[in-house]
Design a protein around this ligand. Structure first.
Ligand code: PMP
Length: 379
């Protein structure tokens, strides 16, 4: 017989089950993780409302800046380290600890340093000595050995990538500990992780409906991995957003690296000529080469446009962008003007403005808050 007490118990049990498994708010919450490295990836996507309203297209940002070490490079650093572990080049818990060496404009070094600490390795990071102060301070705070070198061309043995490889070779020759050269520009663990994670995440989060994808190119890992995946499942128009002084623009649009088309760029190196960090290069890396065929066009963006855009997004969306994110947003507006109204464009937001306060944002900060999007685009 149904008593009041049994009915109440049944109802209470159902309520508890609902609170545990059925509540949509709770269901969306990620589970507790075992360590910092498990927080990497599955980043959110947000609509950039101001740009969407102004252009009539929907423009979204994939928030790679919410990775634990603050950029998309967390995915790459973790995959490079895991790949080295699979080959037995790094062993967790081994004494003396294994070392990871890298040459980087900063972001990858910060990701490597954080993951090394989490997994019991040491990090040795070579980078150009004009890298933003925030990145240097972060690396030092994470206890990495930091090796700032003079900005130089890749043919110079003291260039930061060459310096990293040399330091790694020296450790291995000494026999004091094991060293691995991460080699993000040439290491294909880079684009693969974007093909396996970032690309599928975007496709799923966008409900299998995306018309344009935009990223900058440093190593080429992001644009290669994501574009390869998206082109396999759909036909989005892929744009490489390129800062001034970089060769990709001419390579993609005219098939030649800058010197044949844009003589003025011949001796340029991005940190010297632009305040935008992490993207732009004048050589073809393995990670870029692998994905070049998926890129439909490159759009050139000036520092001035990027600075204006960063301020605009901060003022109108509360979105505090790093320099490469601002470059991508400018390219998105240019693309939106050409695509049919309502088209859906996704940009990569690689890192946040807080990493660029002393350089890029020093310029962006002083931009007048009344500047319009049209003024930014024609600046
Ligand atoms: N944005 C920032 C801030 C970066 O540091 C980098 C990588 N150096 C990129 C974009 C470009 O990413 P990728 O190396 O995958 O081409």
């Amino acid at each position: 017989t149904l008593t009041f007490a049994s009915l109440a118990t049944a109802l209470y049990t159902a309520y508890k089950l609902y609170r545990t498994y059925g509540d949509p708010v709770l269901r969306e919450l990620p589970s507790v993780k075992d360590g910092i490295e498990e927080l990497i990836g599955k980043t959110q996507i947000v609509k950039l409302r101001s740009l969407s309203a102004e252009t009539g297209c929907d423009i979204f940002a994939k928030l790679e800046l919410t990775n634990p070490a603050g950029s998309a490079k967390d995915r790459v650093a973790l995959n490079i380290i895991k790949t080295a572990e699979k080959k037995g080049l790094l062993v967790r818990g081994e004494k003396p600890e294994g070392w990871v060496f890298e040459g980087t404009s900063g972001s990858t070094g910060i990701s490597i340093a954080m993951i090394c600490n989490a997994l019991g390795y040491r990090a040795h990071i070579s980078l150009p000595d004009d890298t933003s102060l925030e990145k240097l301070a972060l690396l030092e705070s994470l206890g990495a050995v930091v090796n700032p070198v003079k900005p130089a061309s890749i043919v110079d043995p003291d260039q930061y990538v060459n310096a990293a490889k040399k330091a790694c070779d020296e450790l291995n020759e000494s026999g004091a500990a094991k060293g691995v050269f991460a080699d993000q520009f040439e290491n294909e663990a880079n684009w693969r992780v974007h093909y396996e994670t970032t690309g599928p995440e975007i496709w799923d989060q966008m409900d299998h409906n995306i018309d344009g994808f935009i990223a900058g190119c440093g190593t080429g890992g992001t644009i290669t991995g994501v574009s390869k995946y998206l082109k396999e499942v759909s036909h989005p128009y892929v744009v490489l957003a390129d800062p001034q002084g970089s060769g990709f623009y001419n390579r993609i649009n005219y098939g030649v690296m800058y010197d044949e088309v844009e003589k003025e760029g011949t001796r340029r190196r991005h940190q010297v000529d632009t305040i935008v960090e992490g993207i732009g290069l004048n050589r073809i890396t393995r990670n870029f080469k692998h994905g070049e065929k998926y890129i439909d066009e490159s759009i050139r963006v000036t520092d001035k446009q990027a600075v204006g855009m960063a301020k605009y997004l901060s003022i109108h969306d509360g979105f505090f962008a790093g320099s490469s994110t601002a470059i991508n947003a400018v390219a998105a507006v240019k693309l939106a003007k050409r695509l049919p109204a309502g088209s859906r464009i996704v940009i990569i937001a690689c890192d946040s403005g807080s990493r660029h306060l002393s350089k890029f944002w020093k310029e962006a900060k002083i931009v007048d808050r009344e500047v319009t999007l049209d003024e930014i685009m024609s600046s």
